[in-house]
Write a protein that binds this ligand. Structure first.
Ligand code: CA
Length: 228
């Protein structure tokens, strides 16, 4: 199993060492940073699995780091656990509103921190697994978990059957599917799709996809395929 990489952003050396010692013992790969500037650069570059972020930092403070990480697509899915002092209650609220995943007030027990980290990493897994199934092809994004299709980043409203037809084709670009195969693939639950109705769904699908409909090709005498 690949070791999870935790980035610790904390300017107090004592806390840095305490956290580093305990997380390394738990089997995590740990990087310690002392400033918000460094945190912003290295998080975007290294894509750690989680960031432990102190709020009181010299220069760019923790809240600003949190705001920037959570507003960039490349870093917004990385869980953040804030380290705060009890007196920073207003900051805790702001941090959570900015998208921080959890917080711990100082002084804290290392066991509580590792438990919170484990929990945050666990929560983040479905999103990761789901993301792996997302199909990005040409100007289309097909998101099976959300049943969502984007054309040039704009959502397109498809019926459940149209969605399944598109997903079936796009999952294997270049592969020619017969109408029977498409009907079988999209058939599910109470949904009955006949070979003939596949053509009707394709017509509806193409209409809604607009220019992106060019990626669905008719293969004469056989069926359909998603262009490679
Ligand atoms: Ca600090």
């Amino acid at each position: 199993m690949v070791r999870k990489h935790i980035l610790i952003v904390e300017d107090e050396e004592e806390i840095q060492e305490l956290v580093r010692y305990n997380l390394t013992k738990e089997g995590y790969a740990v990087t310690c940073l002392e400033s918000g500037e460094e945190a912003l650069q290295r998080t975007a570059r290294e894509r750690p699995d989680l960031v432990v972020l102190d709020l009181m930092l010299p220069g760019v403070d923790g809240l600003e780091v949190c705001r920037q990480l959570k507003s960039h697509p490349a870093t917004r899915d990385i869980p953040i656990i804030m380290l705060t002092a009890k007196s920073e209650e207003a900051d805790i609220v702001t941090g959570l509103e900015l998208g921080s995943d959890d917080y711990i007030t100082k002084p804290f027990s290392p066991r509580v921190l590792t438990a919170r980290i484990r929990a945050a990493l666990r929560r983040n897994v479905p999103a990761e697994a789901e993301d792996a199934q997302v199909i990005r092809s040409h100007n289309l994004v097909i998101h099976p978990g959300r049943h969502e299709v984007l054309v040039d980043d704009e959502p397109v409203g498809l019926t459940p059957t149209e969605f399944r037809v598109l997903h079936t084709l796009a999952a294997r670009p270049g592969w020619v599917f017969t109408r029977g195969q498409i009907a079988d693939a999209v058939h599910g639950g109470e949904l009955v799709v006949t070979e003939r109705s596949v053509d009707v769904h394709i017509v509806g699908l193409r209409k809604k996809l607009g220019e992106a409909s060019q990626w669905i090709e008719t293969v004469r005498g056989v069926g359909y395929r998603f262009k490679e």
